[in-house]
Design a protein around this ligand. Structure first.
Ligand code: ZN
Length: 305
C-alpha cells in the first residue's frame, strides 16, 4: 500500500468502515453476551445483531477502536503511517498529519496500535538458534530514581532491553564462508538487571527448551544453561559483534537510531510500546504491501483494554 493506492481505496469514512467490516467478517464476529458467532448486519446502524440473543454490537465494539471517538478514516490514516514507513512517527507528528486539534485521543490511538503490535508478536515464539544480548536505551530519568534525582529535570538515564534474534548459520558450499541469517526478533524491557528478569524474558520467548542460545559472558546469563538445550557464551569483542551476535547488535543500533530520529523523549513506561512498533515492522520486513492489512487485522483481534 503506497500513498497513492491508499488515496484510491480509502476516499472517505464509508470506504474505511466497509473495509474494516470486510476484515472483521473474515476473522469472525462473536457475540459479547452469548458467544454466538452468527449475526445479522444492520447497515443503517453500522452494527451487528446476534442471531441467538439479539444483542447488538457496533462495528468498533470488541476491537481496539471500541472506546475511541476518532473516525475510522483517522484510524486508517494512522495505520497507514505506522505500517508503511520504516521510520516511525511520534503521536505529535501524527496529530499534525491528521490535522486534529486534540492531542490525547491521537496519543491513545497510537499507543493502542503499538500495544496491538506487541500482542500480535507475543503469539510467536523463537526456535532453533537464538542470539541474545542487552541494549541500553536512553530514557527520561524518573523523579523516583535516587541516582538521577540530583541531575534535575530533563536528565537522562538508561533502560535495559533484552533483544533476541532467531538466527540460522548458513555455510556457502563453494567458499565455506559462514553467514548468519535472521528471521524473527524480540525486544523486551527488563525491569532490573537481575537474572530472573532475563530468565523470564527468555522463557516467554521460546516454546520449548530445544534451543541453542548465544550470549556474551555477562553474569546475568549464568543460569540459562539450566533451561535450554545449549548455552554458548563468547567473550565480547569485535568478532562477537560481527559474527555470533551480529543480528541482535544490528537490531539494537537500528532501534536506537530510529528512536532518536523519531521521538523527542522517551519515558520508561512507554519504551516497550516503541519497541513493539519497531520489532513488529522488523519481523515483517519482507511483507511489502501486506503489512497494512495485517495491522488492520491485529487491531481487530487485539483486546481493547
Ligand atoms: Zn448473543
Amino acid at each position: 500500500m503506497d500513498i497513492f493506492s491508499f488515496g484510491v481505496h480509502f476516499t472517505d469514512e464509508i470506504s474505511c468502515r466497509l473495509h474494516f467490516k470486510e476484515q472483521r467478517d473474515k476473522h469472525g464476529v462473536s457475540c459479547k453476551r452469548c458467544g454466538c458467532i452468527n449475526h445479522y448486519w444492520l447497515q443503517n446502524k453500522w452494527s451487528y445483531q446476534c442471531k441467538a440473543c439479539k444483542a447488538r454490537m457496533s462495528l468498533r465494539s470488541g476491537t481496539i477502536m471500541e472506546s475511541s471517538k476518532l473516525s475510522f478514516m483517522n484510524w486508517y490514516k494512522t495505520i497507514f503511517l505506522l505500517s508503511t514507513t520504516k521510520k516511525g512517527f511520534s503521536s505529535k507528528e501524527i496529530q499534525r498529519q491528521l490535522g486534529l486539534k486534540r492531542y490525547e485521543p491521537v496519543w491513545a490511538m497510537v499507543h493502542k496500535l503499538r500495544k496491538a503490535m506487541g500482542q500480535r508478536d507475543d503469539r510467536y515464539t523463537l526456535e532453533g538458534m537464538i542470539e541474545m544480548d542487552e541494549g541500553y536505551f536512553t530514557i527520561e530519568a524518573s523523579k523516583h530514581n535516587h541516582e538521577t534525582q540530583k541531575a534535575g529535570r530533563g536528565s537522562k538515564t538508561k533502560s535495559n532491553v533484552m533483544v533476541m534474534a532467531e538466527s540460522t548459520v548458513l555455510e556457502d558450499i563453494n567458499t565455506g564462508k559462514v553467514e548468519r541469517q535472521c528471521r524473527y526478533f524480540k525486544a523486551k524491557v527488563l525491569e532490573d538487571h537481575k537474572s530472573e528478569g532475563t530468565e523470564n524474558t527468555l522463557k516467554k520467548a521460546i516454546d520449548d527448551e530445544q534451543v541453542i542460545v548465544f550470549t556474551d559472558k555477562s553474569t546475568s546469563y549464568v543460569d540459562i544453561a539450566d533451561y535450554v538445550e545449549l548455552h554458548i557464551t563468547e567473550k565480547s569483542n569485535a568478532t562477537t559483534t560481527k559474527e555470533t551476535l551480529k543480528w541482535v547488535h544490528i537490531a539494537i543500533s537500528n532501534a536506537k537510531r530510529n528512536f532518536v530520529g523519531t521521538y523527542h523523549k522517551i519515558k520508561k513506561k512507554y519504551l516497550q510500546l516503541y519497541l513493539n512498533e519497531f520489532v513488529y515492522k522488523l519481523n515483517r520486513r519482507y511483507f511489502g504491501d501486506k503489512i497494512f492489512d495485517r495491522l488492520i487485522i491485529a487491531s481487530i483481534t487485539a483486546s481493547g483494554h
